[in-house]
Design a protein around this ligand. Structure first.
Ligand code: IPE
Ligand code: IPE
Ligand code: MG
Length: 250
């Protein structure tokens, strides 16, 4: 019962969300509308990532989680997947110094064992170099799926139970959540999805339980400060009730 009690301590919506999660969608359509190949859209999307990271830090957001590649995106044509992985490697190489200078703490979530070892090496190095930074917590989801995440957490707790470290009766939502990829972060307050689709696409299934959802038609490479601030204004207008009545939380 710890979670509802924990939530009930915080009735008021802070003006700025502490944690924003973003489904960065629409790169392919952005490219297609310009008669360009899909990978040109992914490349154009990197600029929006950089800008969104800067905006989040400027506006006082503490955690930003970006969905870059889902567990289902492996189904895409091999050429697109290869180029995307190349782009991640390139962006990491190029951006880590500047992220570090800006006190950003970088973390990757997802199935690392599915990634190329060169990329994993760069990921580990970037996480290590930024691990003591105290600014924005930037979390990038690559080869990530919400179901994968939940199954992993279940396996961890089940293993502990089999080893006699905990009993089944001791499994609660808080110690379960602690085993998720974002176990050390607060739940996202706001989910932004660009590209016009209104779905979760297997993103943070557990963690988004009480997130406010904001969808925009804007394609990811076009996402800018005006869009970001619209999402923040939407968030500031919401009343978060966590199951209570409006009068109770007013
Ligand atoms: C999001 O853009 C990026 C990834 C999923 C890697 P898409 O590539 O899904 O773009 P659309 O939805 O086809 O326009
Ligand atoms: C979700 O976008 C994944 C990422 C943005 C990384 P998709 O484009 O893969 O989602 P669907 O397939 O349209 O649901
Ligand atoms: Mg898409």
């Amino acid at each position: 019962m710890s979670s509802p009690q924990k939530k009930s301590q915080k009735f008021e919506v802070d003006a700025v969300p502490q944690h924003i999660a973003v489904i960065m969608d629409g790169n392919g359509r952005w490219a297609k509308s310009r008669m360009k190949p899909r990978h040109a859209g992914h490349r154009a999307g990197v600029k929006s990532v950089r800008q969104t990271v800067e905006l989040a830090a400027q506006r006082g957001v503490s955690y930003l989680t970006l969905f870059a590649f889902s567990s289902e995106n492996w189904r895409r044509p091999e050429d697109e997947v290869t180029r995307l992985m190349g782009l991640f490697l390139e962006a990491l190489q190029r951006e880590v110094d500047s992220l570090h200078r800006n006190d950003v703490r970088l973390k990757f979530i997802g199935a690392r064992d599915q990634l190329h070892k060169d990329l994993v090496k760069k990921i580990c190095a970037a996480e290590d170099v930024t691990k003591n930074n105290a600014g924005l917590n930037l979390q990038v989801a690559v080869a990530y799926g919400g179901r994968w995440d939940i199954v992993n957490a279940a396996k961890t707790l089940a293993t502990r139970a089999v080893n006699g470290e905990i009993s089944v009766a001791d499994m609660h939502d808080d110690n379960f959540a602690a085993e998720l990829a974002l176990g050390d972060a607060p739940d996202p307050d706001l989910l932004i999805r660009t590209g016009g689709e209104q779905r979760i696409s297997n993103f943070l299934l557990w963690n988004l339980a009480y997130a406010e959802l904001w969808f925009t038609e804007c394609l990811w490479p076009d996402f800018d400060a005006q869009e970001f601030d619209e999402a923040l204004a939407f968030y500031a207008s919401r009343q978060r009730r966590y199951g209570y009545t409006g009068d109770q939380v007013a």
